[in-house]
Design a protein around this ligand. Structure first.
Ligand code: FUC
Length: 819
């Protein structure tokens, strides 16, 4: 790497008093709002609003609110409001037993023998001996309903979600009365806040009630409507058709409590055992708190859980001590402090009256709408601010928004692309602190992963397989032999996850974080990789067994298999992670012996191969793909998210990646299309990246009767896998950023993949590796001005097209580049 990293010897002098933080340290310079620098010639803070002229019928039309911990999906019905509640720690199950198959590793030599005898059929069958249990599921506590006791005839209905403030609003009139409903989930106060007003006295009459699919009871105590319940102690993934798929246990099940209270009202409040009434009011605020007994990944949530009742009650009492306007003010300051750091302008918005759904449909019919693309970019940032806050749990497959007891793929952490993609926008989109839940989770994974590495593979270090959950599960899934190896037997989540640790350092240059939090974990993942590698038939080091996530090969004798040795994906992930760990050891000036060992292994890794059709080979041998259009493109990891391939440093390999992408085609699920936006951007082909964005934003109906299986976007802008999966939203935002700014090869590359469709525009507040904040304006497809603010002093290499210049960067001093 070319980064001029802060002197490692200075790092060693950091005082002990600074090392006591329990969670990962957050760089001090990320104070909300501090990085807003200037405006080129764009409107200040344009509206970023999603709007509709009807209530939602489906979950994918409802509007998501979140404070990282509490999720609230708001339908906005006029007669009845339905809000699907979630709490990020409410998961089925309990701490995983990482020793579930103590001697699995004894099967490894037989699998390797079969592989090196080229007996792939046998290897596919034997590798099933290296499987353990499935992950647990993310569960929904229930819904809050608010019945509005007024006339049925509604007019002037409008609802919106303001991405800048994190506030959802519903407006309508009936008879002579105008009703306004305003909702947000406050991070500072840890509650859902619903503010209701009627334009006439005594016309606000409502009933609050809960509904839950889980065993629960509801009571009304001291002016609070309280629902308490429990989740299953085990839940089978939704794709497994087994009896007893959901199991409860009175002692062990995780518990939850939801409290709701009506405050600040001029009406009268009464309650029954199942509901709470407000009568004759003109205004009211409803506060809702949720808590669970989750007490950490390694503690039984039933027997050794936190007191969910005390927690839920405490949050509510705290919020009740503040007025609605104070709660609102603090929420908006917190939320927009993150959101306003980045402003993107790609063109004029359409007329105000058009709903977001109509806009999306119009766009899908081929009508350009650059501002919708900018809105989509910001929606990804909105979702991250709402679903991932320091001290919390990483965003899962549905972020934090899930209505199902058996959600798609358990709403878990799927690690062979999805969990990582969720965090692709974190750094570049100036939300670095919000990366913390994932970075902290890696530490938890390393504890169970150490046992998995030893018991499944007889290796040191730590590893993680293709699924995980809140219990930091790391074993290969498959229910002890029932899983298809093409997804079950993949063990590279350790190195992939660990690239996030190094990326966080590159963007923040936080050496304390690198030394104390990141590097020890990186070393552990590197140790596993080095122990797991074995000598292949040509003398290179390879992984065995290996897969190329979820794709299958065809051997020359037409065997359709999953297990092989030395898949390109495995080799690329290990190459990336070892290179990163080498750089980390250099930055910290430590571990000379390990450095030497890693360098030696890097030199012996099976290199990239260009296949006979000019593609980057996915398999060790130049085999055909069983599905040439498969959604996974993990063999291109070195191009993105890795940096071992780029058109500037390895043009031939970049060309081979291009061929592979062309063969794969532009189809795929939501996240697959999002990945391809990033890949085409890394190939510096802005027009192809934009074409992918076009198809990524294709309107998908939320009606389950619609049989559609190719990605796209729902009316509320959620990514359609289908069903809803949040990774494509995050990957899409990251892809748009990647089209405008890249920094993975040691240069700050301005407008690397600007498509013809965006001739004029501006962006401010993107972040580049090395610790820079970058603002740019362009016109007629050409950069007009860039302003780059470094966090540290040192040389700064800037590229625009083929011109590369070096600047002396001074900490905090803006470097202006005019074209
Ligand atoms: C992987 C993908 C699927 C889906 C699932 C959650 O298995 O191949 O497309 O995203 O994760």
């Amino acid at each position: 790497m070319k980064w001029n990293i802060c002197n490692p010897f200075i790092v060693m002098k950091i005082k002990n008093s600074m090392l006591k933080r329990k969670r990962l340290p957050i760089p001090l310079y990320f104070i909300p709002g501090m990085l807003i620098l200037f405006s080129c010639s764009q409107p200040e803070l344009p509206d970023r609003i999603i709007q509709y002229d009807q209530p939602a019928d489906y979950f994918e039309e409802a509007l998501p609110l979140g404070n990282g911990r509490i999720g609230a999906t708001v339908y906005g019905g006029a007669g009845t409001e339905r809000i699907v509640l979630n709490e990020e720690t409410l998961w089925t199950g309990g701490p995983v037993d990482p020793y579930m198959k103590r001697e699995a590793y004894k099967h490894l030599p037989a699998v390797r023998k079969a592989l090196f005898n080229e007996d792939y059929r046998l290897a596919d069958s034997l590798v099933r001996n290296l499987q353990g249990k499935f992950s647990e599921s993310y569960a929904p506590p229930g819904d809050l309903y608010i019945d509005f006791l007024h006339e049925d005839s509604i007019r002037d209905y409008y609802r919106e979600l303001n991405l800048r403030t994190g506030i959802a609003t519903v407006n309508y009139s009936t008879g002579e009365v105008d009703y306004v409903r305003e909702m947000f989930t406050s991070f500072p106060d840890q509650v859902l806040v619903i503010h209701l007003t009627a334009s006439r006295k005594k016309e606000l009459n409502v009933c609050l009630r809960f509904r839950s699919q889980l065993p629960h009871t509801v009571s009304f105590e001291n002016g609070r409507l309280i629902m308490d319940g429990k989740v299953p102690v085990h839940c089978e993934p939704n794709y497994r058709n087994l009896p007893d798929a959901i199991v409860y246990d009175d002692q062990k099940s995780m518990r939850f409590e939801v409290h709701a209270a009506i405050v600040d009202s001029d009406g009268s409040i009464t309650g029954t055992d199942s509901s709470c009434y407000l009568r004759d009011a003109s205004k009211a605020t409803i506060l809702v708190s949720i808590a669970t007994s989750f007490n950490g990944y390694d503690k039984e949530p039933g027997l050794d859980g936190l007191d969910e009742s005390v927690l839920a009650s405490g949050y509510l009492t705290g919020a009740m001590s503040k007025s609605h306007s104070q709660l609102r003010k603090e929420h908006v300051a917190d939320f927009s402090g993150f959101f306003n750091r980045v402003v993107l302008d790609l063109g004029t918005p359409p007329e105000k009256s058009i709903s977001t759904e109509a806009r999306l449909i119009r766009y899908s019919e081929g009508n350009p709408d650059n501002d919708l693309e900018a809105l989509y970019f910001q929606f990804g940032r909105y979702l991250m601010i709402s679903s991932s806050r320091p001290g919390g749990i990483p965003a899962n497959l549905q972020g934090i928004w899930n209505p199902h007891i058996r959600p798609p793929w358990s709403s878990n952490f799927t690690t062979n692309i999805n969990a990582e993609m969720n965090y692709w926008p974190a750094e570049v989109c100036n939300l670095s602190e919000l990366h913390e839940p994932l970075l902290h989770f890696i530490q938890e994974l390393s504890t169970t992963g150490k046992i998995t590495a030893r018991t499944f593979y007889d290796c040191g270090g730590w590893c993680c397989s293709h699924n995980s959950d809140i219990w930091a599960m790391t074993n290969p899934v498959g229910d002890f032999g029932h899983g298809h190896p093409v997804w079950a037997n993949w063990s590279m989540a350790g190195p992939w996850y660990s690239t996030h640790l190094w990326e966080h350092f590159l963007f923040t240059r936080d050496t304390l974080f690198l030394r104390d939090s990141a590097y020890p974990l990186m070393k552990g993942a590197a140790r596993f990789c080095m122990d797991y590698l074995t000598e292949g038939p040509d003398g290179y080091l390879v992984t065995a067994p290996s897969t190329s996530p979820e794709n299958m090969y065809l051997t020359p004798d037409n065997y359709r298999g999953a297990t092989l040795y030395g898949s390109t994906a495995d080799m690329a992930m290990i190459r990336q992670h070892l290179s990163n760990t080498v750089s980390a050891s250099e930055a910290l000036g430590v571990d000379a012996d390990l450095w030497q060992e890693m360098q030696g292994v890097l030199e012996q890794l099976y290199p990239y191969q260009v296949g006979s059709r000019g593609n980057l080979q996915e398999w060790y041998h130049d085999w055909e793909d069983a599905d040439p259009h498969h959604r996974h493109v993990s063999h291109l990891f070195g191009l993105h998210p890795g940096n071992s391939i780029s058109p500037h440093t390895t043009p031939e390999l970049a060309e081979a990646c291009k061929q592979s992408l062309l063969f794969r085609g532009d189809g795929g699920t939501g996240w697959s299309k999002a990945w391809k936006i990033n890949l085409w951007a890394r190939l510096l082909d802005g027009n192809h990246a934009h074409r992918m964005l076009n198809t990524h934003l294709n309107y998908v109906s939320p009606d389950p009767e619609t049989q559609y299986h190719g990605g796209g976007t729902y009316p509320n802008l959620w990514d359609a896998h289908p069903p809803f999966q949040i990774d494509g939203n995050f990957g899409g935002s990251a892809g748009i950023a990647e089209m405008l700014l890249q920094s993975h090869t040691g240069e700050i590359h301005l407008l690397p993949a600007l498509p013809d469709a965006w001739p004029n525009g501006s962006i401010r507040g993107l972040r580049a590796r090395g610790g820079y904040t970058v603002d740019m304006c362009w016109s007629d497809g050409k950069l007009t001005e860039a302003k780059i603010k470094p966090d540290c002093s040192g040389d700064m290499i800037v590229r625009y097209n083929n011109s590369v210049t070096t600047h002396q960067g001074k900490k905090g001093k803006i470097v202006e580049i005019q074209q």
